[in-house]
Design a protein around this ligand. Structure first.
Ligand code: R7I
Ligand code: MG
Ligand code: MG
Length: 335
C-alpha cells in the first residue's frame, strides 16, 4: 500500500466524510431498496446522474432516514471510541443495544443479534446461520467505515479488525473478505490523492483464496477501460445483498465518477440493494473527497434526533481525536 502524508484538516474532513457519506448514501438509496434498475429509471428518469435532485416530472430524491447500514456503522464507531480500539464483546453488545427493527435489518443479522440477546456467545452465534456456513451478506461491509478510518495507516490491524468485527454477524469467508475489501477501499481513499493505481492496491489487499473478489476486480478494470453501460455493470458486478455482488459495485461507482454526488447517484441508480451500495459508495467517496463535498441539499434533509446527523458528525470527530492521540502516544514512545 502506498502511504501518502495527509494534512490534519484534510484527514478530519475525510473521517467525517466517510461516516456522513455512509448515512447519506444509505438514506438516499433506502426508499428504492429492492427496486429493479428499470423501476428506478422509470421513476427518476433516464439521466445518468441526478444532479438536479428531481426528474422532469418533479420527483424529488429523498435523503432522510437511514437504515440498518448506518445504525450498525454507528455501533462500530461507538465501540471503537469507548475502547480506544476493537473489543469484540463490547461491539456485539453495542449492536444488540442499538438494533431497531424499523431500520430494516437483514434476517441473518437480526437472528444473530437475537441469539446474543438471548445469551448465546457472541463469538459463536454467527456460525449457526445458513446451515453452519455463516452469512455472506453485505452487512459486515456496509458498516465498516469507522474501523477502516481508525486503522487506515496500519494494513495488518485494518485486516484483523475488519475480519474480527465482521465475524460477530458474518462468519462466511466471502462475507468477511467483502468487508476487508471495503475497508481497504476506504483506507486507500483516505491515503490517496489520485485514483490511479487504487485497483492494483486493492487486488494486493485480497487473500489468495478470495477468488471471486479477484474476478470481480478484474471485471471492474475491464468495465472502466471500455466504459460499460449500466446493464453491463449490473450483469457483471451485481447489485444484490451478497457482499461479492455489492462491494465491487460500490468500488466501481466510486472509480467511474469524479465527485461525491455523481458517485452516490450512480450507485443508487443501478437498483437492487440501493441503500447498501449507496452507503458503501458514500463511505469510500466521503473518505476520498472529504465532508465538504457532500451536497448540502442531501445533508440538510438527513434525519436528526438522538443518533442523527449531528451525532454521526460528533462520532467522526471523536474517532479522529482517538486516532490522533493514540498515534501521538505511539510516536512519543517508539519514534
Ligand atoms: O448481511 P446482512 O446484514 O444484510 C444486509 C442487507 C442490506 O441490504 C441491508 O440494507 C439490509 O436490508 O440487509 O443480513 P443477512 O441476512 O446475513 O444476509 C443478507 C442476505 O444474503 C440473506 O438474507 C440471504 O438472502 C443472503 N445470504 C445467503 N444466502 C445463502 N447462503 C447471505 N449468506 C448466505 C448464505 O450463506
Ligand atoms: Mg439497509
Ligand atoms: Mg440494503
Amino acid at each position: 500500500m502506498t502511504v501518502a502524508v495527509t494534512k490534519e484538516a484534510d484527514l478530519k474532513s475525510k473521517f467525517t466524510g466517510a461516516l456522513i457519506g455512509t448515512a447519506v448514501g444509505d438514506a438516499l438509496g433506502a426508499p428504492m431498496e429492492g427496486w429493479s434498475f428499470e423501476k428506478v429509471r422509470s421513476v427518476y428518469g433516464n439521466c445518468n446522474y441526478y444532479n438536479s435532485y428531481s426528474n422532469k416530472k418533479g420527483w424529488k430524491m429523498v435523503c432522510r432516514y437511514y437504515t440498518d447500514d448506518t445504525e450498525m456503522m454507528i455501533g462500530v464507531a461507538e465501540s471503537l471510541i469507548r475502547n480506544n480500539g476493537f473489543d469484540g464483546a463490547d461491539m456485539a453488545r453495542t449492536f444488540v443495544q442499538n438494533a431497531k427493527r424499523k431500520r430494516w435489518y437483514g434476517p441473518g443479522t437480526m437472528e444473530v443479534l437475537e441469539r446474543i440477546r438471548a445469551g448465546e456467545s457472541w463469538e459463536d452465534a454467527s456460525g449457526k446461520l445458513f446451515d453452519g456456513e455463516g452469512s455472506y451478506g453485505n452487512g459486515a461491509a456496509m458498516r465498516i467505515a469507522p474501523a477502516a478510518l481508525f486503522y487506515y495507516d496500519n494494513p495488518d490491524m485494518l485486516r484483523e479488525v475488519a475480519y474480527k468485527s465482521s465475524h460477530i454477524t458474518h462468519s462466511h469467508r466471502l462475507g468477511t473478505e467483502g468487508a476487508v475489501l471495503q475497508a481497504f477501499a476506504i483506507a486507500l481513499a483516505v491515503l490517496r490523492r489520485e485514483k490511479e493505481g487504487m485497483l492494483a492496491d486493492l487486488r494486493e489487499s485480497l487473500q489468495d483464496n478470495a477468488y471471486i473478489y479477484s474476478e470481480k476486480l478484474k471485471a471492474v478494470e475491464t468495465l472502466m477501460a471500455k466504459g460499460g453501460g449500466k446493464e453491463d455493470v449490473i450483469a457483471e458486478l451485481g447489485t444484490g445483498e451478497a457482499a461479492f455482488n455489492s462491494v465491487p459495485t460500490a468500488i466501481y461507482s466510486f472509480l467511474c465518477t469524479d465527485n461525491f454526488e455523481d458517485a452516490v447517484s450512480y450507485a443508487v441508480s443501478l437498483g437492487g440493494d440501493t441503500d447498501t451500495i449507496g452507503a458503501m459508495t458514500g463511505a469510500i467517496s466521503g473518505a476520498y473527497y472529504g465532508a465538504e463535498c457532500i451536497p448540502d441539499e442531501w445533508l440538510s434533509q438527513l434525519e436528526e434526533g438522538k443518533k442523527g446527523k449531528s451525532y454521526i458528525i460528533w462520532l467522526a470527530d471523536e474517532l479522529y481525536y482517538r486516532y490522533y492521540f493514540l498515534r501521538l502516544k505511539f510516536c512519543e514512545t517508539f519514534c
